[in-house]
Design a protein around this ligand. Structure first.
Ligand SMILES: Nc1ncnc2c1ncn2[C@@H]1O[C@H](COP(=O)(O)OP(=O)(O)OP(=O)(O)O)[C@@H](O)[C@H]1O
Ligand SMILES: [Mg+2]
Length: 235
């Protein structure tokens, strides 16, 4: 397994946001984590990335225990998060945003940035413009591009389809599948259950910080009403 999370707990004071969560991502897999608002999805990804401290649990990446590693070290080793809400730097140019993606790299990265411009010509045409001029879809491409510059082996994406038009959502999922076909493993948090289950190999459903279901998309769809209950927070 590329990523192994075991018994992970995240607490914010008395708020127990993630409760003994276990999860794996195999090499070459797309794994999705589904759940309603507040289920603990972002907390889970942040704890894996190392920007939020886990109160308990173990995380192994590429066969190594990474619990003592800082977030930059995790990025440097190929574990990269595309955060919720893109978090791009709107006052910096497109190019500067992509350079930020390389902040943990010590080797040259111009080639990766050129590849991003080839993949996303809209970004290339706007490379010297402030990122604030980008559309929502272009900002999401920039956030993904910035993560790619870090040369990930596992990319975690936190609700990348949020706020995108239906056409752009389809394009986004095509991109995710394409990156995966090129060897990138993916951990995808989504509210767009239907699209996520179309692309993913496996999924987990989180409810109040706990896994209530996991399995293949077919297995999860079979229990559609339970899935809906977790998603809408009703029973
Ligand atoms: N920095 C924080 N301080 C205190 N509580 C927090 C903090 N971040 C998250 N929480 C709480 O932890 C719980 C899980 O939040 P989290 O953001 O992980 O959920 P989520 O599944 O990503 O939700 P959403 O779908 O709305 O993004 C929520 O109850 C939230 O209020
Ligand atoms: Mg979230």
């Amino acid at each position: 397994m590329l990523l192994e999370v075991e018994g992970l707990d995240v607490r914010y004071g008395r708020n127990h946001a993630v409760k003994s969560m276990s999860l794996t991502v195999g090499e070459g897999e797309i794994v999705t984590v589904l759940g309603a608002n507040g289920a603990g999805k972002s907390s889970l990804l942040k704890a894996i990335q190392g920007t939020v401290r886990a109160a308990a649990g173990k995380v192994r990446f590429a066969g190594k225990s990474i619990d003592g590693w800082s977030a930059p070290k995790r990025v440097n080793k190929g574990l990269v998060l595309v955060p919720e809400g893109r978090q791009i730097f709107v006052s910096l140019t497109v190019h500067e945003n992509l350079q930020m993606g390389a902040y943990t790299r010590r080797d040259p990265y111009d080639r990766e940035i050129d590849e991003i411009y080839q993949r996303f010509p809209n970004l290339g045409e706007r490379r010297d413009m402030p990122a604030s001029v980008l559309s929502g879809g272009e900002q999401q491409m920039l956030a993904i591009g910035r993560a790619l510059v870090a040369k990930p082996t596992l990319m975690m994406l936190d609700e990348p389809s949020l706020g995108l038009s239906p056409i752009l959502v389809v394009e986004l999922f095509n991109l995710i599948e394409q990156l995966n076909a090129n060897g990138l493993s993916i951990l995808l948090v989504e509210q767009n259950t239907r699209m996520a289950l179309q692309s993913a190999h496996r999924g987990y459903v989180l409810e109040l910080g706990t896994t209530v279901m996991n399995g293949t998309p077919a297995e999860l769809m079979e229990q559609e009403h339970k899935l809906e209950a977790a998603y809408f927070g009703v029973t």
